[in-house]
Ligand binder design. Sequence first.
Ligand SMILES: Cc1cc2nc3c(=O)[nH]c(=O)nc-3n(C[C@H](O)[C@H](O)[C@H](O)COP(=O)(O)O)c2cc1C
Length: 154
Amino acid sequence: MKKALILYDSVYGNTKKVAMSLSRGLEAGGLYVDSSSIEDFDIVELKSYDIIGIGGPTHYHGASKRMKSFLNKIKHLKMEGKYGFAFETKGEFRLAGSAAKRIARYLNKMKLKIVHPIIAGIVLDKEGPLKNATLDLMEQVGLKISDNVNKSNT
Ligand SMILES: Cc1cc2nc3c(=O)[nH]c(=O)nc-3n(C[C@H](O)[C@H](O)[C@H](O)COP(=O)(O)O)c2cc1C
């Protein structure tokens, strides 16, 4: 069974909710899934996963300070042959920016094969809530990612 890891940063819990829904979708697609906040995760474990999803809140048009420092810690790891995807939460306004763009850039540096375009969950206010139906949608996205991984294996 392929192993997926979902890593998230979250101040108010919205990105964590997105992470959990993505995890449920991946599980529904037949993958084994672990999830963790970036603060609690020991990076030596990273190499034991086949699919790595990393997500965080958009802060000042980009990734949070915590996420930037986490990405710097893992960027030297070479992960050829493994899959990755980036997700984020942010507001719905022009010039909102994107945390996931930076995350995706680092996944590329680590040579992960990007298995889904950037995934964005929209918050209606800084502390949430997420836009209606976001979590159902995220579960579907997780399922689609597991399909993509299974397909690219055959
Ligand atoms: C310090 C700070 C800066 C923020 N800057 C932005 C921003 O530039 N663009 C945006 O769309 N949302 C911004 N937000 C809103 C966050 O994206 C929102 O709080 C986050 O998506 C909620 O996720 P969380 O509950 O996982 O923390 C900011 C929030 C904080 C706390």
